[in-house]
Design a protein around this ligand. Sequence first.
Ligand code: NI
Length: 187
Amino acid sequence: MTSQVAVEKKKLEQPPLKIHYLGDRVLRQPAKRINHVDNEVRQLVREMLQTMYSADGIGLAAPQVAVNKQLIVIDCEPENPAAPPFVLINAVIKSFSRDVCTDKEGCLSIPGVYMEVVRPELIEVAYKDEQGRPRTLKATGLLSRAIQHEMDHLNGVLFVDRVENSLALTEELRKQGFSPQAVNPIP
Ligand code: NI
């Protein structure tokens, strides 16, 4: 399914892309739609996957590597060489459940910070794959959470913006050397 962008799931000493951290403006810019899914996009997908696996992540959005495009890669089974990663281009959430669930999240752009976030449990998302083919996907559990987290990145939103316990968040951010001022709480 994703053979054209398949990369080995391993850590590289020199990952191809640099991940930007909380406080960096590139994380706050809305990403643009991709008009043509071409070889250049597929090469970016490969490099994002390699960078994600190198950082022990399960998801990465293009703005995190300073690319202003609506492109997401996700792999909830990074230890399973047979499981293909998800590549979501121009993703749109078509529907989400009224039921919500709470779980801890982290982000490669905010290393060391893990906090609980409330999100809809089930989503249906429409997107293009790495061949430019339109697809839809119903997701629940970790995959649903990962997609919602990465789609937030495309709108310049970070998971810390959604954390309700701001006192605990401030403490965690300071512990990891991040400024609580870099958070834009969602009203
Ligand atoms: Ni993230």
